[in-house]
Design a protein around this ligand. Structure first.
Ligand SMILES: NC(=O)C1=CN([C@@H]2O[C@H](COP(=O)(O)OP(=O)(O)OC[C@H]3O[C@@H](n4cnc5c(N)ncnc54)[C@H](O)[C@@H]3O)[C@@H](O)[C@H]2O)C=CC1
Ligand SMILES: O=C(O)C(=O)[C@H](O)COP(=O)(O)O
Length: 317
């Protein structure tokens, strides 16, 4: 699939609206948005540019913010409510790709594929591992604890069950026992989850309850053999505490797609071999990009025409 095919997802927007787009291959900067937004009624936003009061106040005609992401921690939701600005996101298209990346990272960490790749490239054909070098971890029979059991968390659960893992989950509002039975998952409180799981995978949005949900105390509760996977948002984890836990052997490893400081990894992480890292690429697939474009377009058209469901985070006033 080529990039042009992804563009098809935005075609109806191009046809219907006076669309102001950034140059091919990059996003508008914050400054550019501030300069161009004065007459806009609809803003299509991306997760890494905060849509805060300062930007919103520059757009007196703004009626809808259509986020090109499911996570909306980049948007001042309360201020949108106050101003009667609707907000929509793209929940459907990100589920499978993000769940797949969580599994890709977990497998890379548990089987040390990134380490082996680096070593093999360095040593070349001379590499002949001894039978006890860099032993990995089987997932079969292990327990995964999923924190935040929404669309992506559940999708990760199903994939882990296919690997023969037991699934514990935590979310703020427990599922019914019948639903837990159907899904084959067990609810437990956060501390028990961190103490019991062989793998902890994070899938909460970033909100006031989840900021630093994984702190020094929770990391200290984990088994020394346990692995942490974060494809949610960087600030769900206290990254300094994580570096300490990884360095001191409190936990065995971490697989990270997101980072606390504007998605830039703490420099210490680069020196740790028990860490696998990707640069926030949960939805970096052709399929996801096309679907996200279609979902965003659908939200905008549904808002304007009122003829189809829209994935609202904040409904129109
Ligand atoms: N790495 C990447 O590229 C991507 C990251 N994400 C992140 O994943 C997050 C989850 O996405 P979805 O599963 O689609 O969202 P969702 O809304 O379907 O599920 C979120 C779940 O977390 C629970 N939750 C909310 N606050 C919580 C808290 N403080 N403590 C514990 N549980 C809490 C909710 O009850 C719900 O079960 C997004 O908000 C986004 O930040 C999403 C897509 C791509
Ligand atoms: O959906 C979310 O939430 C995400 O984190 C995004 O999928 C990230 O998407 P891009 O901004 O990388 O397009």
């Amino acid at each position: 699939m080529a990039f042009d095919t992804i563009e098809e997802g935005f075609e109806e927007l191009e046809e219907r609206f006076d669309l102001v787009r950034p140059p091919h291959g990059r996003d508008f900067s914050r400054q550019e948005i501030m300069e161009q937004i004065a007459s806009a009624t609809i803003l299509c936003s991306v997760f890494d540019i905060p849509i805060d009061r300062e930007i919103i106040d520059k757009a007196p005609n703004l009626k809808l913010i259509a986020n090109y992401a499911v996570g909306f921690n980049n948007i001042d939701i309360e201020y949108c409510r106050e101003k009667g600005i609707a907000v929509a996101n793209t929940p459907e298209s990100v589920i499978a790709p993000t769940a797949e990346l969580a599994l890709a990272l977990l497998l890379s960490l548990s089987r040390r594929t990134a380490e082996w790749d680096r070593t093999l490239r360095t040593m070349g054909r001379d590499l002949k591992p001894s039978r006890l070098d860099r032993l990995g971890l089987d997932l079969l029979g292990k327990t995964i604890g999923i924190v935040g059991f929404g669309n992506i968390g559940r999708s990760v659960a199903v994939r882990c069950q296919a690997f023969g893992m037991k699934v514990l989950y935590y979310k703020r509002h427990r599922l019914s026992e019948e639903m837990e039975r159907q899904l084959g998952v067990t609810y437990c409180d956060l501390d028990t989850l961190f103490e019991t799981a062989d793998v902890v995978s994070l899938h909460t949005p970033l909100n006031e309850d989840s900021r630093h949900l994984v702190d020094a105390d929770r990391l200290a509760r984990m088994k020394p053999s346990a692995l942490l996977v974060n494809t949610a948002r960087g600030a769900v984890v206290d990254e300094n505490a994580l570096v300490e836990a990884l360095t001191s052997g409190k936990i065995a490893g971490a697989a990270l797609d997101v980072y606390e400081d504007a998605d830039k990894p703490n420099a210490a992480l680069f020196r740790l071999d028990n860490v696998v890292m990707t640069p926030h690429v949960g939805t970096q697939t052709y399929d996801a990009r096309l679907m996200m474009a279609c979902e965003l377009t659908n939200n905008v058209l549904g808002f304007v025409d009122g003829d189809r469901p829209v994935a609202y985070v904040v409904r129109p006033a």
